[in-house]
Design a protein around this ligand. Structure first.
Ligand code: UFG
Length: 364
């Protein structure tokens, strides 16, 4: 069944490209926008190959969302947009410390442009926003697994701050503008690649994230993996994260968009133990926040061992000191997204790591 035209910013990026595939598979038409700042133009054709004869069509426009004139042209050309999923943003945590203005300009200005254009030019201002579990900072042990109602802590980096500011901008907009309907998805750690091995994560230079570093080491591009710290207060001493398969994550966006287009009011958030700063927005019934994770915490060492087990590839690794700014452990309580979005991340970790490895091999 045809479901309407969705705008995807950052459509050729890691999560964006997988989401285009899942949206078209579920019957949405998609207009993707990207300026290839952190991706390459061949991804457009790769997405086309995967989606083949999917019910939904895929159109692509090269544009920079932080340039209001360029971005507005997309809306002029496609007047039938009924929803947007906003991925376009810089995401290298470390880089953001050295280039804060780049992060504030790209991540905040593009969002301001999107909100204005969705309100003025689109048929309905439904927006799904790519947020991050970084808004929780390091939770207390008794807060784990973490719920959406947990305290939000001041992020340490400009990258994290842009995610928190974006949530604030969107929630204030929902309160002020009745035609806006927003869903913020707080991702935990996305990993893996599409089973076709045609799209996946393309790190810029030396990977900062764990799984691309592992696959590059296994492929012989890096000599060994450094495990940052084995003296954390966790069972094996290494940090714990919630690693979510990028295809499961992409599917959560389809469910979130279905929800927004359904126009039903968001379920009221129980006020007991609700530490969210967004109670005014929550009261409108047009503001939703969901954790998108598996609900399982996995340590760095467990993940390395699982990779070796499922791929059969030997991986050299060394324990080194802690990485500055790392939190010790965080994983999601995904009860709310499972229930309200009728979604769950059920791909086994071994399969996800194999998909990452196949993608690395395909990159040869
Ligand atoms: N790690 C290593 N060696 C490496 C790379 C990472 O041991 O070479 C460890 C890290 O110390 C951490 C874990 O692997 O314990 C995961 O690290 P990533 O860099 O893959 O992911 P982070 O959890 O640090 O960061 C991710 C996203 C951010 C987001 C953050 C929210 O990359 O965008 O989660 O917590 F802000």
């Amino acid at each position: 069944m045809k479901k309407g035209l969705i705008l995807i910013t950052g459509a050729t990026g890691y999560i964006g490209s997988h989401t285009v595939v899942e949206l078209t598979a579920s019957g949405y038409d998609v207009v993707g926008v990207d300026n290839f700042y952190n991706s390459t133009d061949d991804i457009v054709g790769r997405i086309g190959k995967i989606i083949g004869n999917n019910e939904g069509k895929f159109y692509f426009e090269k544009a920079d969302c932080s340039d209001p004139v360029e971005f507005e042209r997309v809306f002029e050309k496609y007047p039938n947009i009924v929803g947007a999923i906003h991925f376009a943003a810089c995401k290298a945590v470390n880089e953001s410390v050295h280039k804060p203005l780049l992060y504030y300009r790209n991540n905040i200005v593009s969002l301001l442009n999107l909100i204005r254009l969705m309100r003025e030019r689109a048929q309905t201002a439904n927006i799904v926003f790519s947020s991050s579990c970084t808004v929780y900072g390091q939770p207390e042990m008794e807060e784990l697994p973490i719920k959406e109602t947990a305290v939000l802590r001041r992020p340490l980096t400009p990258y994290g701050k842009t995610k928190q500011m974006a949530e604030e901008i969107l929630s204030d907009s929902v309160v002020a503008y009745e035609n806006m309907n927003v869903c913020a998805l707080r991702y935990f750690n996305p990993i893996g690649a599409h089973p076709s091995a045609l799209i996946g994560e393309l790190p810029n230079g030396v990977p900062q994230n764990l799984v691309p570093y592992i696959t590059q080491t296994a492929a012989g591009i890096r000599d060994h993996l450094s495990v940052f710290g084995d003296d954390y207060d966790t069972p094996d001493g290494s940090c714990i994260r919630d690693y979510i398969y990028v295809v499961d994550l992409a599917k959560a966006h389809v469910k979130a968009m279905d929800k927004l287009l359904g126009r039903e009011k968001a379920a009221p958030v129980p006020q007991e133990n609700n530490n969210s700063p967004y109670t005014t927005a929550e009261a409108t019934g047009r503001w939703r926040v969901y954790n998108i994770g598996t609900g399982k915490g996995v340590s760095v060492l467990e993940l390395v061992k699982e990779f070796i087990k499922v791929t059969g590839v030997n991986l050299k690794y060394e324990i080194v000191g802690r990485r500055e700014g790392d939190i010790s452990q965080v994983w999601a309580d995904p009860t709310k997204s499972c229930k309200e979005l009728n979604w769950s991340a059920d791909t086994p970790l071994g399969d996800v790591l194999l998909s990452a490895w196949r993608w690395q091999e395909a990159l040869k």
